[in-house]
Design a protein around this ligand. Structure first.
Ligand code: CMP
Length: 149
């Protein structure tokens, strides 16, 4: 089973979208195995977005992402990394298809509501940055035998 890291950004929290977004992933069949709500430290942001530190948008993005609470969680399921990226839609909401989270709820690239890992390596790295091993809960869910063949 794959796991991926997902984060609802400050704009998503302020707009009251946690429930709607979580529902999409729950209804798809993915299992929540960890979650936490709070304000990111600058050190965590630098680690999480280390590939973007040199980019011109980084300074503004860091100020915004630490401006209010975020909701972080880990989802588990078959092919969850690629599927969640598809459900989120293109990074630039102007290019995101209707029916995706960014296509339905966002208008600008800086305030694009949600982040999710883009590959198995980044998922493992990002889960490790935001969660300790003991915070990842392994359990069985009663719908699994109806979801998987
Ligand atoms: P995310 O998937 O979290 O990864 C990096 C984030 O940087 C991205 O979503 C955007 O929200 C943010 N960002 C802000 N400006 C830009 C930009 N010009 N190009 C790409 N990402 C940007």
């Amino acid at each position: 089973m794959e796991r991926t890291f997902v984060m609802i950004k400050p704009d998503g929290i302020q707009r009251g979208l946690i429930g709607k977004i979580l529902s999409r992933f729950e209804e798809k069949g993915f299992k929540i195995v960890a979650a936490k709500f709070g304000i990111l430290s600058e050190a965590i942001v630098d680690k999480h977005y280390e590939e973007h530190i040199v980019k011109p948008f980084y300074f503004g993005m860091k100020a915004y992402i630490t401006s209010g609470p975020v909701f972080r969680f880990v989802l588990e399921g078959d092919n969850v990394i690629a599927t969640v990226r598809k459900m989120n839609g293109a990074t630039n909401p102007g290019e995101a298809m209707p029916g995706t989270i960014r296509g339905d709820y966002a208008l600008s690239i800086g305030k694009n509501v949600i982040h999710a890992s883009d590959a198995p390596e980044s998922a493992a790295r990002e889960i490790g940055i935001h969660f300790a091993d003991v915070e990842l809960v392994s359990y069985e869910k009663i719908d699994e035998m109806q979801l998987y063949e």
